[in-house]
Ligand binder design. Sequence first.
Ligand SMILES: Cc1cc2nc3c(=O)[nH]c(=O)nc-3n(C[C@H](O)[C@H](O)[C@H](O)COP(=O)(O)OP(=O)(O)OC[C@H]3O[C@@H](n4cnc5c(N)ncnc54)[C@H](O)[C@@H]3O)c2cc1C
Length: 513
Amino acid sequence: MEGPVLPERARQAGKLNHTMQSFGVVVVGAGNAGLCAALAARESCAGVLVLEAAPEAERGGNSRFTAGAMRVAYRGVEDLKALMPDLSEAEIARTDFGTYTEADFLDDLERITESRSDPDLAELLVKRSFDTLRWMKGKGVRFAPMYGRQAFKVGERMRFWGGLVVEASGGGPGLVDSLIGAAQRDGIEIWYGARAIRLIADDQGVHGVAVRRSGKSIEVPARAVVLASGGFEANAEWRTRYLGPGWDLAKVRGSRFNTGTGIAMALEIGASPYGNWSGCHAVGWDRNAPEFGDLSVGDGFQKHSYPFGIMVNAFGKRFVDEGADFRNYTYAKYGRVILAQPQQFAWQIFDSKVTHLLRDEYRIRQATKVRADTPEDLASKLDDVDAAAFLREVATYNAAVRKDIAFDPTALDGRCTEGLAINKSNWANTIDTPPFEAFAVTCGITFTFGGLRIDTDAAVQSIDGEPIPGLFAAGELVGGLFYFNYPGGSGLTSGAVFGRIAGTSAAAARNAA
Ligand SMILES: Cc1cc2nc3c(=O)[nH]c(=O)nc-3n(C[C@H](O)[C@H](O)[C@H](O)COP(=O)(O)OP(=O)(O)OC[C@H]3O[C@@H](n4cnc5c(N)ncnc54)[C@H](O)[C@@H]3O)c2cc1C
């Protein structure tokens, strides 16, 4: 097979100036995707190295910031027991887990991405999801049912909703600790504070990685390289360049290290860009959260219970259908809508009829929150909002609620408003019962959707449509799966599925070399 055409600079870089110990497979990035790739590569290849730009204290990338929610296809409780053997008979008896078939998962991906998701990648993600989680379990990752965030009590039983049932025990930190523990047991080397800066490549493909470590630039030869270094969400300049004006003003929910270097390194040697480069996952996030994620708060700055209330902007106006769908299917696109509001903020408003339904993140000490006993008092406490317009908006909204339809938080209940410029489609409750609570949010970017083109072996494709020998990719920096929006819990599953494939392919390429 003929290799891709490579730029002159990269061709010249093929000469190793500082030859070090040689590795079979080098993985760039120690998040969920990179660690799954390293573990899979290690199954058939000695000499696996993981390069991680962050210091050890900040290890784990965006994966560590997550709740550990993982979307997986399952046929029923027997499948779930295979992933969660600790599931007790009492839990099974009191829970309606339902099913989430491969067809359901594919339908969700297709609907949420407006049929743009690459069919081959989407099929792999869905069809390998269950088997990959079982493989992770075999590596020491423990899973648990997501009672706290994805189930409601209906009568005496807990009922799951939105196709999302499984989380890694200990959330993102637990997941990362388990994967790193497995990597250490398998003798995989991890270098922290080691930023990959360039691929060493020539006409025959990729032969290693140039790395900046402890203030020195070194070159690490390898038979195959897996890029798993995340998207470009932490790079304000790239955000503005690709997502558009205003995105420099978004807060970053997770790692400050995902600056797009891996993508840039691959493009530089002729890799093909792919997917929704102007799109990203972005949510409602505390207005006063810091510039980047804070590991001590994790994902606690998110505010995802808006389907049970309303959101208003600086004009005191609603601007989006808060109840268009289950939270899982709208939260990832509403950050963009909030960013587009004047001064890039909104207030989420709830009354006491629903405050017991608010997720845990509403109870953190750092929440930007106000409480009031009358609508007028509430209006006066909403910073930067036109109070009179807000009171008119609430009155108009309350009058439009279809009170004859029963409220049911576990289903698309159809309890809507009628006659408003922007109607609420489900879970429309009047806002009239004190105390009232309001939370200020802005846009928090989670990860970017555009990235590199891979094939079904996770081999990075060149702009000429050929696999670049020795180069594989997985996780956030892969383009083509997510467009406009994203079904919650798919990011970790995608990193695991494609990480495992990339690691296996890289080891095979190394063994064939
Ligand atoms: C707050 C928050 C909550 C989330 N919740 C969920 C959830 O519950 N479920 C879900 O499925 N998804 C969730 N996501 C999305 C999820 O985090 C990502 O989809 C997933 O973790 C991406 O995994 P990854 O391995 O590709 O990237 P990461 O986990 O970000 O790993 C990339 C790693 O590469 C390193 N790196 C970057 N550049 C270099 C370089 N040049 N050299 C060496 N290393 C480099 C980074 O430091 C980082 O450690 C959430 C994200 C955030 C921010």
